[in-house]
Design a binder for this molecule. Structure first.
Ligand SMILES: *Cc1c(COP(=O)(O)O)cnc(C)c1O
Length: 389
């Protein structure tokens, strides 16, 4: 079932990204329940930055709000403004914090800045005075990532001078883990203890430490609010182990043309691939401009009619060539669709082939893909999810 229902746009799209909202909702419920397993009232947010990791922040945000999710994180203020249009009520936190001069925008759209240093705190407190209202704020403590967040010195100033928060409502104290996917990395415990020390010195405010993988480090890491992104979208939070999350995305691309070539012919730019036998090459409608990385050449495959079909020749901006010689000709006519991501090849698998992680694969998913939303979880993922009949 298509929820988006724009049949014409689907028909014109070279590739269709099917997104299982039911699976995202089930993944969210699973993480929330993991947080509640010990009986503490741990809440579960949703991280919707980078357009919900390529899946569509507005649609996913609305679906998760309907599911009971009450806290949403984005990276940029403009992501927050866009999300506010579909989520009028719940808190939306902006991880990148305050850019100079953006305080009125935060106030107007009721967005909550994640304050990353004392300078931002001062600006936000001044804004509270100027707008004559108590403004919500998040204090982000750097416990070792050394990227964003209050330094140990800034944190100590805040502990000593609580008046610096006057006029603000401390909605959350948070930190972010360096290597949560490495369960035995000692940095996890070190960050946990730094975070605990700070939280004890600043009692009263809700607290948050765990991203997706952090949730699987156990209840010590859960605090009051879980902050998963990746796992919601089916990315494996436990690299090297079997994936506890439901798959969310399927990507299928049209075959535009097929051709027979003789042995020892080259395919694609630079003549970088040469056929070893008479071959049948199919050209499909996606390329590096859609986030199908150039370094995937000769390293990955797509699926077609039960066959694993190698990607051959350089990847172009808009096109990819595949060697369909071993697939029955009837199955690879122009107009047929090949599976680029899905049950046979997950974003984690493709990330391995591209020597990156699934986060990069997902957030690079092309804007030219037609996004077909469906709710396949209740009855099991629909085979023809991408069709919008
Ligand atoms: C991106 C991000 C998250 C979500 O991380 P995942 O690993 O995708 O679950 C949580 N917290 C912060 C600060 C982030 O930047």
């Amino acid at each position: 079932m298509s929820i988006s229902g724009d049949d014409d746009a689907a028909r014109r799209a070279g590739a269709i990204l099917s997104i299982d909202l039911g699976a995202i909702a089930a993944n969210w419920r699973g993480l929330r329940d993991a947080g509640r397993a010990t009986g503490r009232p741990v809440d579960c947010a949703a991280v919707l930055k980078a357009d919900a990791y390529g899946t569509g922040a507005a649609v996913v945000g609305a679906r998760l709000a309907a599911e009971g999710c009450r806290h949403f994180f984005v990276a940029h203020i403009d992501e927050g403004i866009a999300l506010r249009r579909v989520l009028p009520e719940p808190p939306i936190y902006v991880l990148n914090g305050l850019l100079p001069g953006t305080e009125p925008d935060f106030v107007e759209h009721r967005l909550i800045p994640v304050l990353n240093h004392l300078g931002q705190l001062n600006v936000w407190r001044a804004a509270a005075q100027r707008f004559n209202q108590a403004l919500d704020a998040v204090v982000h403590l750097d416990t070792g990532l050394h990227r964003l967040g209050f330094s140990a010195e800034d944190a100590q100033v805040l502990i000593n001078e609580r008046g610096r928060l006057r006029g603000l409502r401390l909605a959350l104290i948070m930190s972010h883990l360096v290597a949560s996917e490495e369960t035995s990395n000692p940095v996890n415990g070190e960050q946990l203890s730094r975070f605990r020390t700070f939280v004890r010195a600043m009692p009263g405010a809700p607290t948050s430490l765990a991203n997706s993988s952090g949730i699987f480090l156990g209840p010590d890491y859960h605090f009051d609010l879980l902050r998963p992104g990746a796992a919601l979208y089916g990315i494996n939070p436990l690299p090297g182990q079997s994936n506890p999350m439901l798959p969310v995305v399927t990507l299928r691309a049209h075959i535009l043309q097929t051709r027979r070539i003789d042995a020892f012919q080259t395919v694609g730019y630079g003549g970088a691939w040469r056929s070893a036998r008479p071959s049948r090459i199919a050209t499909i409608a996606l390329g590096y401009a859609d986030g199908y990385f150039r370094n995937l050449v000769n390293r990955t495959h797509v699926h077609l009619a039960g066959h694993s079909v190698p990607v051959v020749g350089r990847i172009s901006m808009d096109l990819v060539t595949i060697d369909t010689t071993d697939v029955p000709e009837a199955d690879c006519q122009p107009g047929a669709m090949v599976e680029v991501l899905g049950p046979h090849l997950t974003p984690d698998d493709l990330a391995d082939h591209a020597r990156t992680n699934a986060y990069e694969i997902m957030t690079a998913l092309g804007r030219r893909y037609y996004r077909a939303y469906f709710d396949g979880y209740a009855g099991g993922p629909a085979e023809d999810a991408g069709e919008t009949a």
